[in-house]
Ligand binder design. Structure first.
Ligand code: ADP
Ligand code: MG
Length: 646
């Protein structure tokens, strides 16, 4: 009701940060670096940048604010543009990978930490900014951690730059210490007590348990909205469907608005979580980690926490990163519970036992820099002239093995030479805002004469979720999808989709008819245009392979040859380097066609019930053998297979 009845200005003045505005600005005037601590929802993200602008800093450069998450950057910029009464993209804008909504006029810029990191490549002193707010520092995202090290240097060169590091948790001391014992300021909180209830027994099916809990709250409890955490999009979709179905089965129950939120959700649907429901209608938001601290939904009185989140973690067993579901840390669990007590006293239902909380959850989660592949970071730092990465000033240094492993990957891709220096190829790779294997694919494609096709494939891979499969029409959509399948390659299947879309005049109706997200395809086209621009700048010509599709597969092989697998049994592959099993996913074109080639390469591994390869292309053993001595054994087996055939 508050949002409905109060003006935006009144809402701003009600935020806890407003009461300490002058204090904060004074401490920022007197210090170059300040750490600001405040509970989620206190107004750090939306207000700080505006205060700095009001205090005149934007006269000397932009006020930049980094976010670990794309959704947060977009949604907060939109909110702030409304609060300031300006058009989004003008005075207030945002930039995320492949999407720059800023202009000459922009004075407050929200962006992902990855964007600022790339900007530092072009402009190492970040001269365009008068202030930089490193928001959500407690998240310790990989890019934020790298920025910490870089900004620590920038600030010694630029005495006029203000750096503000914000965090929702009390780890201020660590940040303050890292920057040379700089002052920290805590925004006094205004929170209400939250009753934390643990599950009495171990929960087997957290989706089912969460749905039941939400319904029980809805039927029995007083007013107040519900926030359910889920690890990822699939679980969120199932939860929402199941909630809606079971609500229909119940007679005489008050209406409940069920709203999903995750990063791939179209932005108009994302915005819905902030809208007030009509009187007497309860809201249930089903969210990923994004609602833990990045986005604040007002009016939440009940939190349901299954205790899981999705994380990309380097898996030494398979020798690469894999996205999997892990238990959250105790710190995350406490943040989640806190979401119930922002506007009134609340209740948090934890779908795990007290024993699990105490004995199976880490106290705090491991920073991303210590658990993921660092190839991209190594490439960036090398091109910034950081020679010895083991000496770079990290807040928490990554394990040495991890750095060496990433350097090895860059070496086999030809980005680093034998002495660890950046090669010409490596320099060219840095120009593309892509993961190293994909930038390598772009460069190889020019040499091999298929850059026109590879540009499309890379763009398609950069926009996930092209196909959809509506409930009740699964068969229909699967049949349509199969028509696009190129039996030997998911990558070529993606190419085929794009080419047919193009042949149909880039039509949205055509997309809808084929269960393809029209918005996603539009995005692919934009990404393609941006990557083409980078290719043009580097004088990389677009050449088409024509009908020679083997060349395209060979090019894919060259970029992914460290992700190669060989056939072991029916539909079962083993990684060539590690011998670990990996499987064709049922949505793969190869699976659908019942085609099981001796060798494949794949884009990434996804761990669910088993290790699944995502985006798979059939390759020849001889190609793999050509690409490096570490595949000598492939050469052997390729030969012996040939002999056997003879
Ligand atoms: P913090 O960064 O300290 O967690 P924020 O500045 O994000 O706090 O949030 C302050 C207030 O602004 C909250 O009440 C939140 O609900 C509101 N808010 C933030 N983003 C939006 C948005 N996109 N739409 C509506 N309200 C928003
Ligand atoms: Mg915030």
């Amino acid at each position: 009701d508050f949002a409905k009845s109060k003006t935006l200005l009144q809402q701003r003045q009600y935020l806890p940060i407003y009461a300490v505005k002058e204090d904060l600005l004074n401490i920022i005037r007197d210090n170059n670096i300040v750490v600001v601590i405040g509970e989620t929802g206190s107004g750090k993200t939306t207000q700080l940048a505006q205060y700095l602008h009001e205090d005149g800093y934007s006269k000397y450069g932009m006020v930049g604010c980094t976010q670990p998450r794309r959704v947060a950057a977009m949604s907060v910029a939109k909110r702030v543009s409304e609060e300031m009464g300006v058009t989004l993209g003008e005075e207030v804008g945002y930039a995320i990978r492949f999407e720059d909504v800023t202009s000459e006029k922009t004075i407050i810029k929200y962006m992902t930490d990855g964007i600022l990191l790339r900007e530092s490549l072009r402009e190492s002193d970040l001269d365009g900014y008068s202030c930089i707010i490193m928001d959500e520092a407690h998240e310790r995202s990989l890019n934020t951690d790298v920025l910490f090290g870089l900004l620590r240097e920038v600030i010694t060169r630029r005495r006029d730059l203000k750096l503000i590091v914000t965090s929702a948790t009390m780890d201020a001391e660590k940040f303050s210490h890292f920057f040379g014992n700089v002052p920290s300021y805590t925004i006094p909180g205004r929170t209400f007590p939250v009753d934390v209830l643990f599950s009495k027994s171990v929960v087997e099916d957290y989706v089912d348990a969460a749905v039941k809990q939400a319904l029980q709250i809805h039927v029995q409890a007083r007013k107040g909205d519900i926030l359910v955490f889920m690890p990822g999009q699939e679980d969120i979709e199932v939860t929402c469907e199941s909630l809606t179905e079971r609500l229909e089965e119940l007679d005489d129950v008050a209406p409940l608005t069920v709203l999903p939120i995750y990063s791939q959700l179209p932005s108009d649907l994302q915005a819905k979580i902030f809208q007030k429901t009509p009187d007497g209608v309860r809201k249930c938001v089903v969210a990923t980690n994004i609602a833990e601290t990045s986005l604040t939904v007002d009016g939440i009185a009940f939190v349901i926490d299954p205790g899981y989140c999705k994380m990309k973690v380097f898996n030494s067993r398979i020798g690469m990163d894999a996205l999997s579901v892990f238990p959250v840390s105790q710190a995350n669990a406490n943040q989640r519970s806190g979401r119930a007590g922002r506007t009134e006293a609340g209740v948090a239902y934890r779908l795990y036992t007290l024993n699990q909380y105490k004995n199976e959850m880490l106290v705090a989660s491991v920073p991303e820099i210590q658990r993921t592949n660092l190839a991209n970071v190594v490439l960036l730092l090398k091109s910034l002239g950081v020679q010895d990465l083991l000496k770079f000033h990290f807040m928490d240094p990554p394990p040495q093995d991890n750095i060496l492993n990433s350097m090895y990957q860059l070496w086999i891709l030809g980005a680093l030479d034998n002495t660890g220096q950046l090669t010409t190829c490596g320099r060219s790779m840095v120009e593309f805002p892509l993961d190293p294997p994909l930038s390598k694919m772009m460069i190889t494609a020019v040499e091999m004469g298929c850059s026109s096709e590879i540009l499309i494939i890379v763009s398609m891979l950069s926009v996930p979720a092209i196909f959809y499969r509506p409930a009740g029409r699964e068969e229909d959509s699967d049949t349509k999808r199969e028509k696009f399948c190129v039996p030997e390659s998911d990558h070529m299947t993606l190419l085929n989709v794009y080419q047919q879309w193009k042949a149909n005049g880039y039509s949205s109706t055509w997309c809808n008819d084929h269960f393809i997200h029209a918005k996603a395809m539009k995005k692919v086209r934009e990404v393609r245009a941006q990557l083409k621009e980078i290719a043009d700048q580097q004088k990389m010509p677009l050449v088409s392979a024509g009908n020679d599709w083997d060349i395209i597969r060979k090019c894919i092989c060259a970029a992914y040859f460290h992700h190669a697998a060989t056939l072991k049994g029916i539909g079962e592959y083993v990684n060539l380097r590690t011998g670990m099993p990996c499987h064709l996913h049922p949505t793969s074109a190869l699976f659908g066609m019942g085609f099981t080639p001796d060798y494949v390469v794949y884009h990434e591994l996804v761990m669910t019930s088993r290790e699944y390869m995502q985006s798979v292309t059939a390759v020849e053993g001889e190609w793999l053998a050509e690409l490096g001595p570490m595949f000598y054994s492939v050469k052997e087996s390729a030969k012996s297979r040939q002999e056997k055939r003879k």
